[in-house]
Design a protein around this ligand. Structure first.
Ligand SMILES: Nc1ncnc2c1ncn2[C@@H]1O[C@H](COP(=O)(O)OP(=O)(O)O)[C@@H](O)[C@H]1O
Ligand SMILES: C[C@@](O)(CCOP(=O)(O)O)CC(=O)O
Ligand SMILES: [Mg+2]
Length: 420
């Protein structure tokens, strides 16, 4: 079986409010970033399936004959991707010789790939191919790299089996899928996220699939098309952590102290709803300092709640303190425990003053090749100035021509994707 080559990209995300609480059925507000993950799928004729994941130094190759032995248990359902097939997970774990639950980056990413490949190709003829994935997103830093990876994987393999069209026309540089196709991609991406996160809410893969800003509640995705232009700083503490471990930690805490933690989750839900209301008001009436006062207080309260849930980190405390000394308000974003934080900026204030105070750029993550730098140091952090209101669908999942370049970009230059 020969599959069609394709190049796909999906964005990362920042959660404004609702991380962790969203796993327990509460509201989250999230927005796509103009940092993307790219996947190139190429047919091959060597009887092998290869994955190249340069961001995590992973290069693996299997004989098709080995993978075929894993397939008899498969139901061959391609229509939906809601529940993990426990039998396939078990076989894959045995095949990869895995015994414990908390796996390293490379093993997790490989397992997610094999799960999607075998689930979707397993009931038919299995093709020889090479998949290469590379990303502008830092891995394991709260910006949804796992979801962008999962969305790209799902879209590429669904395209390859012909479950969704390869809509790209010769004259187009990029193309998008219809709502039904996006829902299918999202549901399979959710499965890959389950392999990586254990118990994801689905908010990250929804943003990776649809892009823009959205409200997410118990699997329901509501695009927010009316939001004001906000500027936030995105700071990477560079403290590594695993979403799976942190999500499990919060669950343990809820089980241990339900009467204490459930009100905290309810409060986070109210924070997300209040934030959404204020953002909406800011689009209908003149923006005042009072709007910003409320947004800032919500950030502070939520950061305290996240600390109560046990997902804070001294590096994030430092971020909060350093920005507070400049009159700014910060919270962690994503799973916490390190990773990234967000800081709200008021109009006309501090990105520039922070930039001028912290002007060295030695990050491998975000230095531009033109010499103009986005990467700034604040203590040990990297700061990226960005707009939240990327509400146009320009950041959503795209099928791209090999030659097409990264579009968009909020403020300044970003690194070129490497690899592929
Ligand atoms: N570019 C990539 N290539 C391969 N695997 C990736 C990539 N990006 C993310 N992953 C997978 O996702 C995991 C990180 O997921 P997670 O802990 O949820 O952090 P994040 O906040 O970045 O989503 C990595 O350990 C790896 O398994
Ligand atoms: C903590 C959580 O709310 C977000 C995790 O995001 P990330 O993997 O840290 O980018 C988990 C989830 O919603 O699945
Ligand atoms: Mg993740």
């Amino acid at each position: 079986m020969q599959v069609r080559d394709c190049l796909i990209s999906a964005p990362g995300k920042a959660i404004l409010h609702g991380e962790h609480a969203v796993v327990h059925g509460k509201v989250a507000l999230a927005v796509s970033l103009n940092l993307r993950t790219y996947l190139q799928l190429k047919a091959s004729s060597d009887g092998k399936v290869s994955i190249k994941l340069p961001n995590i130094d992973t290069f693996v190759c299997w004989e098709l004959s080995e993978l075929r032995q894993l397939t008899p248990c498969l139901s061959g359902k391609k229509e939906e991707g809601q529940c993990l097939d426990p039998e396939l997970v078990k076989r894959l774990r045995e095949f990869m010789g895995l015994t414990n639950e908390n796996l390293d980056s490379s093993t997790t990413a490989t397992l997610a790939f094999l799960y999607i490949y075998l689930s979707l190709f397993g009931s038919g003829e299995m093709p020889s191919l090479t998949v290469c994935v590379w990303s502008e997103l830092p891995t394991g830093a709260g910006l949804g790299s796992s979801a962008a990876y999962s969305v790209c994987l799902a879209a590429a393999v669904l395209c390859a089996i012909g479950a969704i069209p390869t809509p790209l026309k010769e004259w187009e540089q990029t193309a998008r899928w219809c709502q039904e196709d996006l829902e299918l991609i999202n549901s399979w991406a959710f499965q890959a996220e389950k392999i990586i996160h254990g118990n994801p809410s689905g908010v990250d893969n929804a943003v990776g699939t649809w892009g823009g800003m959205l409200r997410f509640l118990a699997g329901k995705i509501i695009p927010l098309s009316r939001v004001p232009l906000l500027r936030i700083l995105l700071t990477n503490t560079k403290v590594p952590r695993s979403t799976k471990v942190l999500v499990a930690r919060v669950k343990d805490k809820i089980n241990k102290f339900p009467s204490i933690l459930i009100p905290v989750l309810d409060s986070v839900d109210a924070i997300s709803c209040t934030c959404e209301k204020v953002l909406n008001e800011m689009t209908c009436e003149p923006i005042t300092g009072e709007h910003y006062n409320i947004l800032e207080e919500l950030i502070d309260i939520n950061q305290h709640h996240l600390n109560v849930m046990g997902v804070g980190h001294p590096s994030l405390d430092t971020l909060c303190q350093v920005t507070a000394a400049r009159g700014l308000h910060s919270k962690l974003t994503g799973a916490g425990g390190g990773g990234c934080g967000i800081t709200l900026l008021r109009p006309g204030n501090p990105a520039d003053c922070i930039e001028s105070e912290n002007c060295s750029s030695h990050s491998s993550w975000m230095t531009s090749d033109s010499g103009q730098s986005l990467a700034l140091t604040l203590q040990q952090s990297i700061i990226l100035s960005m707009h939240v209101a990327t509400v146009e669908r320009k950041n959503s999942l795209l099928q791209e021509e090999t030659s097409s370049r990264t579009r968009l970009i909020v403020s300044g230059h970003l690194p070129r994707p490497t690899g592929g």
